[in-house]
Design a protein around this ligand. Structure first.
Ligand code: TA6
Length: 294
């Protein structure tokens, strides 16, 4: 930790300390009062507090903080696979230890970058060489997270990339998502059936697990219980996922409290339906800007 603090620490802006489970984390602080925390494990954003100190993200009280397990909450970085398949669920990026590569504090924003490239472990699962760069930028009323994927191999590869963001809400029963009306979604609870969203505001009264395909770049999360609206603006990311596990699935998840579905919702941004195809030497970059209209 000390060597990281010496190399990347910036007084009153960027600090590297020991987090839960002894895992190193970067704490970003902004003079407005906003702050954010990012674990090197999984390049995992676990906290974003607004200028009033209100926590926007959700992390389960049951979450593991261990090098071979994903953190349950915040922004899991999903790469190269979304969901189940040949690789570990949601890919290996979120259970890999990234390295801090840059920190800066200028123009009123605090910025860090973390990197991950192939290793014998990833090559054994996914035979491609790559370089991922995750950027986190904290401003007074926004947090911007970006992902760059570079193909450093001689062969093209395809990938899915998603920010699997968990938002904390006061009460799921007083929570709405706007901006997806008229968009086709794939319903994971109806055997991948495709339907069109008819509601201007999506509400929650049951397990919900949908991929909205080619969704608008801007959706809003209305956390009425906190009198808070979070704007979620994706860039070069085609799809939005809306997920709440509700009662039965919550009980099946060992790293999630049975009652916690009442205080969280996932609004995820990424490339799922259309995998990104990347030729050797080429780069892809996508990102999401989270803004809190306090
Ligand atoms: O994004 C929704 C989803 O795919 C759900 O189906 C649920 O499995 C969730 O991700 C959490 O997945 P995880 O592997 O983190 O338990």
């Amino acid at each position: 930790m000390e060597s990281l603090e010496r190399e990347f620490g910036i007084p009153s802006a960027v600090k590297i300390i020991e987090g839960i489970g002894g895992l190193p984390k970067v704490v970003l602080t902004h003079p407005s009062g906003s702050s954010s925390e990012v674990y090197l494990h999984g390049a995992h954003v676990t906290s974003w507090k607004n200028r009033s100190g209100g926590e926007i993200f959700f992390v389960s009280r049951e979450s593991a903080f261990a090098t071979d397990l994903p953190i349950r909450g915040g922004i899991p970085v999903i790469f190269p696979q979304f969901g189940g398949g040949l690789l570990p669920a949601h890919g290996f990026a979120r259970i890999s230890d990234w390295r801090l590569s840059r920190s800066s504090a200028e123009d009123g924003v605090k910025r860090i970058e973390l990197r991950l490239s192939e290793s014998p472990r990833t090559l054994a699962m996914w035979p491609h060489r790559f370089e991922l760069t995750l950027g986190v930028v904290l401003a007074a009323d926004s947090l911007t997270v970006s992902m760059q994927v570079e193909n450093t191999d001689e062969q093209a590869f395809e990938f899915q990339s998603v920010f699997h963001t968990y938002f904390g809400v006061a009460d799921i029963g007083k929570t709405g998502i706007r901006g997806l009306e008229g968009i086709t979604y794939v319903d994971d609870l109806k055997d991948q059936a495709r339907e069109v969203e008819t509601r201007s505001t999506i509400r929650f009264a049951e397990e919900t697990d949908r991929v909205y395909v080619a969704a608008p770049d801007c959706v809003e999360l209305d956390d009425e219980g906190h009198s808070r609206v979070i704007r979620i603006e994706k860039r070069n990311m085609s799809d939005v996922v809306v997920w709440n596990p509700w009662i039965a699935k919550s009980q099946r998840m060992p790293d999630f409290g049975d009652d916690e579905y009442q205080r969280m919702v996932c609004v995820e941004t990424g490339c799922i339906e259309s995998r990104v195809k990347l030729s050797p030497g080429k780069e892809w970059c996508g990102g999401t800007i989270f803004t809190d209209f306090v």
